[in-house]
Design a protein around this ligand. Structure first.
Ligand code: ADP
Ligand code: TRP
Length: 321
């Protein structure tokens, strides 16, 4: 079983990224052939600043390693270090129906949120399909927001296989029911583009400010509340033990849940949960040469795999005359 997923280095990674994708990936190291990569070419659809992109790429790598990804037990690399993906993107784009790509809501959402509409932003799902198909991945763990992009990858794999003969594995999305959509401070999906995130490695006052800013309703403490409609409860679910969660649930239902106290509890839980990783991240960031070395070794492994698929694709479409 080949499991693959990528993340954009376009801003600080947040707990939505962690629970939606990173944690699942890290937990699969033992049981599968794992491919994890930092999609810097995708990030270029919103980041046009050399220093931000470079620093973001190294930081995302440090994040993954600090959280427990072992580069010896997976293939871990930076997307642009395997340029074959660009060639496959072009080939796929020649069979990608306009209507299919036009229906993707992520493009419209991003434009509505102020990202400049560009051809790259529009064809983002085709590059993502190339990412997945190039490595013949069976499963792609993502958050709910990426489901439609997975459909595009599946459609393109099937269409290519139909036109040129069996070539690509048709990938399946792997979306965890419990963490498919982590809410942000304002109750919308937590996202770097909405400025509503809790970054994984935030600590101290900065973290407190974020947690205290989680939006809650104005129901008085003693009144009963519905935990399943509460954003704060949804976040607590990610960190609290099942026993503690049941106690808090009872407080919500029976009356007596004080949001302020629950926020302080959540603050401690988050701080504690990532304490070890925070230390490790600082160590990785202090040694960028080592980070680069790890990523280059990963890219060599990824590239060897990519070349096998691309060679077959070139033959199938008639580019090997
Ligand atoms: P962002 O929206 O913050 O830019 P990305 O698009 O880089 O996040 O997402 C990286 C991965 O994290 C994807 O697999 C995505 O589905 C997942 N993800 C992002 N936000 C959330 C969230 N709020 N809840 C669950 N998963 C998420
Ligand atoms: N589009 C994904 C996101 O915004 C990132 C991504 C790029 C990806 N290529 C991928 C995810 C391949 C899974 C597989 O989160």
């Amino acid at each position: 079983m080949k499991i693959l997923s990528g993340i954009q280095p376009s801003g600080q990674l947040h707990i939505g990224n962690y629970f939606g994708m990173m944690k699942t990936m890290i937990s699969q190291m033992e049981s599968s052939e794992l491919y994890v990569f930092i999609v810097d070419l995708h990030a270029m659809t919103s980041v046009h600043d050399r220093y931000r992109l470079e620093a973001g790429t190294l930081e995302a790598a440090a994040d993954f390693l600090a959280l427990g990804l072992d580069p010896e037990r997976c293939i871990f690399w930076v997307q642009s270090d395997v340029p074959e993906v660009c060639e496959l993107t072009w080939i796929l784009s020649t069979i990608a129906p306009m209507g299919l790509i036009e229906r993707c809501h992520s493009y419209k959402d991003k434009v509505a949120n102020g990202i400049e509409p560009s051809h790259g932003l529009f064809s983002y799902p085709v590059l993502m399909a190339a990412d997945i198909l190039l490595y013949q991945a069976n499963q792609v763990p993502v958050g709910q927001d990426q489901k439609q992009h997975l459909e595009v990858a599946r459609d393109l794999a099937q269409k290519f296989n139909h036109l040129f003969g069996e070539t690509f594995v048709v990938p399946e999305p792997a979306i965890s029911q419990t963490t498919a959509l982590v809410p942000g401070l304002d109750g919308r999906k937590m996202s770097k583009s909405y400025d509503n995130t809790i970054p994984i490695f935030l600590e101290g006052k900065g973290l407190k400010k974020k947690v205290m800013a989680i939006a809650t309703d104005a129901t008085p403490v003693e009144d009963p509340k519905d935990p399943d409609k509460c954003n704060l409860f949804a976040m607590l679910k990610l960190f609290a033990t099942p026993e503690r969660l049941q106690e808090v649930r009872d407080l919500y239902v029976g009356g007596g849940a004080a949001y302020g106290y629950i926020k302080l509890e959540l603050l401690d839980l988050i701080s504690y949960h990532f304490a070890e990783a925070r230390k490790k991240k600082a160590e990785y960031l202090a040694d960028p040469a080592m980070l680069r070395e790890i990523l280059k070794r990963g890219a060599d492994k990824a590239r060897a795999k990519a070349m096998v698929t691309l060679d077959l694709v070139r033959e199938r479409v008639g580019l090997k005359y």
